[in-house]
Design a protein around this ligand. Structure first.
Ligand code: QAP
Ligand code: CO
Length: 169
């Protein structure tokens, strides 16, 4: 297992569109294990493969308090959605930035688990937000792109300043 580097906004590689996983094999399970370790080490609740510069449709998530309920979504598709909810989101690729985003309130998602077994999940609340946020990553979209141009520019400045400070450490 390994902790992977997380791409930071506005890295252009975050705009890469992920391709479907052809076969859920040991190599994919290895990626899943590394992504889970990376998410737990960063205290995140969700991580998409795009964020660790792997452009395949893989997402890991754990919304549990105990951090022991890993969810894996491979080749996930939202097949139904309804309603609206606004949630204050963050992102491991945009550290220190949190803002409100409007998304569907209830969704149905179809995906494969880490054994390649198909499952269907109905989600609402934070789980629904997190799934939509992570599947956006696989399409090359970061949550800040729902915010105003002004806010995006401010966030880009903040991220560049942070990166510079890191360089000088
Ligand atoms: C996506 O995000 C999400 O800025 C997952 O300093 C977030 O795990 C979906 C994090 C909120 C729905 C609601 C962010 C950790 C983690 C930071 C994350 C930070 C430390 C973000
Ligand atoms: Co994110």
């Amino acid at each position: 297992m390994a902790i992977l580097d997380i791409l930071k906004y506005p890295d252009p590689r975050l705009h890469t569109v992920a391709t479907p996983v052809a076969e859920v094999n040991d190599q994919i399970r290895h990626i899943v294990a590394d992504m889970a370790e990376t998410m737990y080490a960063s205290k995140g609740i969700g991580l998409a493969a795009t964020q660790v510069n792997i452009h395949q449709q893989i997402v890991v998530m754990d919304l549990s308090e105990e951090r022991n309920q890993l969810r894996v979504f491979i080749n996930a598709k939202i097949t139904q959605q309804s309603g609206e909810q606004v949630y204050e989101e963050g992102c491991l690729s945009v550290p220190g930035v949190f803002d409100k985003v409007k998304r569907a309130a209830e969704i149905t998602v179809e995906a494969l688990d880490e054994n390649g077994k198909p499952f269907t999940l109905n989600a609402d609340g934070l789980l629904a937000v997190c799934i939509q946020h992570e599947l956006d990553h696989l399409k090359g979209k970061v949550f800040v792109e729902y915010l105003s141009r002004l806010k995006q520019n401010r966030i880009i400045s903040k991220m560049k300043k942070l990166a510079k400070e890191k360089d000088n450490e």
